[in-house]
Write a protein that binds this ligand. Structure first.
Ligand SMILES: Nc1ncnc2c1ncn2[C@@H]1O[C@H](COP(=O)(O)OP(=O)(O)OP(=O)(O)O)[C@@H](O)[C@H]1O
Length: 347
């Protein structure tokens, strides 16, 4: 049985549907991210799981038992928000121990569990510190320890790292993942940051306008986007126009690829910039004119125009010549690196 199940979960605000019949099953110990643009319904979904927003239709089940009818404070969930929401008048240890106190855990056990939680998040020795004398990263560790110390059935994280600067955020991502693995708590993260979702998650739920566009492991949604929306939201991608012969052959310029499942007539393919390379002399390719190039340290990002559409490609900074603006190149890619987008293929 899945640990957490959302079954046709729906939320409306007036006439507006913020979350539209969402179905999702999360396994025990899984780290799942809800990812999508602002306003797509991520936070509303998380808030329904937490019990802070009422469910209009559909169900939420934890270990098979209905969660919707359980009061928010009885759901036994650990929650960390973007704002640390620590009690300013309490020390780190008091902040962390608060949930245990509410649950009438005896003092000796409380102290032991609080110390263990501080250790877990790397805050050993901070017991008597007050939150205002701590950095943002440290405060967020306290919030995480406070959420985990009650051994929650689920850990709900709403943009927990977005107040931190880029370098610290990256460090904390690694730590958060490690901590989650070591405690094994089923975790749902809300984020609009694709890199964060890819770095942390076992699976990503890509949302758009209250609906799920795709669910899959990070490499799966990145490499095999199910829609043009997913392809463009998750990293840079090229949407190229081609034409199918109805028998699995697709022509993109002079390049002909075998793509089983491709229909007849005009269609669209998503190809990542890093999967485009230059065709060898005499090899068929898609002709493209370089329109710009930007140096990024480890690589160059080149923009180009072709008959199949505008595109972006990458060249590693490995000493090889990089074409200049105005130059014409011929590009190729493998059929395995192209994702056929729905809607583009005529029957
Ligand atoms: N209490 C409310 N009353 C009316 N509309 C609401 C309410 N809460 C959310 N909404 C609307 O529902 C939609 C989904 O909001 P939600 O906060 O879930 O999006 P989100 O994906 O988490 O976005 P963000 O990343 O900006 O937080 C938005 O259009 C929002 O304006």
């Amino acid at each position: 049985m899945s640990h957490l199940v959302l079954d046709g979960l729906t939320k409306r605000f007036g006439g507006f549907t913020a979350v539209d019949a969402m179905n999702l099953s999360v396994e025990r110990g899984e780290f799942v991210s809800l990812l999508g643009p602002s306003g797509c319904g991520k936070t509303t979904t998380l808030q329904m799981i937490a019990g802070f927003v009422d469910v209009d239709r559909g169900g939420i089940r934890l270990d098979g038992a209905d969660l919707v009818s359980v009061a928010p404070n009885k759901r036994g969930l650990g929650i960390v928000f973007q704002s640390y929401a620590l009690f300013p008048h309490m020390t780190v240890a008091q902040n962390i121990a608060f949930g245990l106190e509410m649950r009438d855990v005896p003092k000796a056990d409380r102290d032991r569990q609080t110390l263990a939680a501080m250790d877990l998040v790397g805050l050993k020795g901070f017991a008597d510190r007050y939150p205002r004398r701590m950095s943002g990263g440290q405060q967020q560790r306290v919030a995480l320890a406070r959420a985990l110390v009650i051994k929650p059935a689920l850990l709900l994280l709403d943009e927990p790292l977005s107040n931190l600067d880029a370098k610290l955020r990256e460090e904390m991502q690694g730590e958060l993942r490690q901590i989650q693995r070591s405690v094994g708590t089923t975790t749902i993260l809300v984020t609009h940051d694709q890199h964060e979702a890819m770095a942390l998650s076992d699976r990503i739920v890509l949302m758009n306008q209250g609906r799920i566009e795709q669910i899959g492991a990070p490499d799966q949604v990145y490499d095999r986007p199910a829609s043009a929306f997913v392809a463009s939201f998750l990293g840079k991608t090229n949407v190229l126009s081609g034409s199918g012969d109805g028998q699995g052959s697709v022509a993109i310029g002079d390049l002909v690829l075998q793509l089983p499942g491709a229909g007849k007539g005009p269609l669209q393919l998503a190809v990542r910039p890093e999967r485009l390379s230059f065709a060898a002399v005499g090899e068929p390719g898609l002709e493209a004119r370089i329109t710009g190039r930007v140096f990024q340290g480890t690589h160059w990002l080149l923009s180009a125009e072709s008959a199949a559409g505008a595109l972006t490609l990458m060249r590693g900074n490995d000493g090889a010549a990089v074409p200049s603006e105005g130059e014409t190149v011929r590009l190729r890619f493998n059929a395995a690196d192209a994702a056929l987008l729905p809607g583009g293929a005529a029957p």
